[in-house]
Design a protein around this ligand. Structure first.
Ligand code: PRP
Ligand code: MN
Ligand code: MG
Length: 182
């Protein structure tokens, strides 16, 4: 076990569990997208880590592109507005697109991105969400095609997920101690 960061209350997914989940997602995508040359879109910054791991588990040709959006800023609750900080470099018309996200929380980010990308006439749009928060009802209904794990409604950090830009480099997913954000 890695030594726990002092701000982390408990580990929700260990490094080994993450590796197993990502390998499984990669295997599914490999099967579903053989010969489709999908465009894998990493939603910066949170999805940077999972995307880097996931693409190496996809054993069929892909291309990659990056989009940067932000709705949380430095707070713990969504601002309700998705800001595009960087758009794609690639034209996606006729392409099979896979959006990779680190977490589906309120659904605002993904519903916004799906709507935006669909308006550019891709052949298909799928979502791979590494984590899906268990919420009673979600503001924006999004059903990801690929889900790594369902997680409790707690403040999670690590493996790309931040609080005020910190903790993204933790190799596991953990619950942040409340005193660190209150
Ligand atoms: C976080 C996370 C997802 C989104 C999920 O991004 O990485 O993109 O929020 O929340 P939602 O389902 O409620 O929209 P954030 O806006 O914090 O930007 P970041 O990826 O740069 O941390
Ligand atoms: Mn994000
Ligand atoms: Mg964030």
């Amino acid at each position: 076990m890695v030594e726990l960061h002092p701000d982390i209350e408990k580990v929700v997914l260990s490094e080994d569990q993450i590796a197993e989940i990502v390998a499984g997602l990669g295997a599914q995508i490999t099967r579903d997208y053989a010969d489709k040359n999908p465009l894998v879109i990493c939603v910066l910054k949170g999805a940077a880590i999972v995307t880097a791991d996931l693409v190496r588990q996809i054993k069929t040709p892909i291309t990659m592109d990056f989009m940067a959006v932000s709705s949380y800023g430095d707070g713990t609750t969504s601002s309700g507005v998705v800001r595009i900080l960087k758009d794609l470099d690639t034209r996606i018309e006729g392409r099979h697109v896979i959006i990779v996200e680190d977490i589906l929380d309120s659904g605002l980010t993904l519903s916004y991105l799906i709507r935006l990308l669909k308006s550019r006439n891709p052949a298909s749009v799928a979502v791979a969400a590494f984590l899906v928060k268990d919420l009673e009802d979600r503001e924006s209904a999004v059903s990801p095609h690929y889900v790594g794990a369902h997680v409790p409604n707690e403040f999670l950090v690590g493996y790309g997920l931040d609080y005020a830009e910190r903790y993204r480099n933790l190799p596991y997913i953990g619950v942040l101690k409340p005193e660190c954000y209150l």
